[in-house]
Design a protein around this ligand. Structure first.
Ligand code: DQA
Length: 243
């Protein structure tokens, strides 16, 4: 087992894999898979419960299986590993394209950190983008980010999602309140779109309380400052997993 390169550490963590290890009596490996799953989905109560149950069993310290039994179990496990390996290969081939997020930032957001910090916070866009990418990785996805001050550039970027991305997160900034053109471009997409605003636009000046895209997007995240982006990435990852 120790020398086998297809050990728990190499496999895509899934509940099925964890359950297989558990059934075969490899509780430590099952616990390690659940721990990885919890890093990706820390709020899933059933994962926490499953891990706790395994840890309780580990604490009681199950006596090691007889040698011959171990051999049989290894045989079973290797069979399952083969199935899992094939499935992983298949998911990797499909998954690359399925799990990409594009994050678009509109005008003036490149000045975050210096721009009205009392409203938009002190983090720079570079810091926010790094956090977005890190969160996406933690969720088993990847994220590209883009900022422009020009409406046409934003529209062209929106179109890039058609073949390349599964989810779009967009903060059109001031264009939120004015751009029929951005609204029309978003109407072309058939992927989930999450609208993010650092500030709570519904508690600001009347002209900001109207979003031209609110009824086109799948969901809105407003008022959480920079955290709105990571909230959106996590929600998007869950959404994509369910889909
Ligand atoms: C904003 C709100 C907009 O009204 C404003 O023009 C922005 C930022 C936000 O993230 O809170 O530039 O979209």
């Amino acid at each position: 087992m120790g020398g086998d390169s297809n050990d728990a550490a190499d496999m895509t963590p899934t509940v099925t894999l964890a359950e297989l290890y558990k059934e075969q009596g490899f509780l430590d490996k099952a616990a390690s898979v659940y721990k990885k799953l919890l890093v990706m989905e820390p709020d899933r109560a059933e994962l926490k419960e499953a891990l706790e149950a395994i840890e309780k069993r580990l604490a009681v310290s199950t006596p090691p299986a007889e040698k011959s039994e171990t051999k049989t179990m290894l045989g079973h496990l290797n069979g399952w590993r083969k199935v899992i390996r094939e499935r992983k290969k298949m998911l990797d081939q499909k998954g690359e394209k399925r799990r990409k997020i594009l994050v678009i930032h509109g005008p003036n957001l490149h000045m975050l950190g210096r721009r009205e910090p009392s409203v938009y916070g002190t983090s720079t866009l570079k810091e926010i983008d790094e956090e977005i990418k890190k969160t996406a990785e933690e969720c088993g996805m990847s994220a590209d980010t883009f900022q422009s001050n020009h409406e046409g550039d934003l529209i062209e970027k929106i179109y890039e999602t058609i073949d390349g991305y599964d989810l779009l997160i967009i903060n059109p900034a001031a264009y939120t309140h004015t751009s029929v053109a951005i609204r029309d471009a978003l109407l072309m997409l058939d992927i989930p779109i999450i609208e993010v605003h650092l500030s709570n636009i519904y508690r600001r000046e009347p002209f900001r309380q109207k979003s031209m895209i609110a009824d086109v997007v799948t969901a809105q995240v407003v008022g959480f400052g920079k955290d709105g982006y990571t909230v959106a990435v996590r929600a998007a990852a869950n959404m994509s997993r369910r889909a």
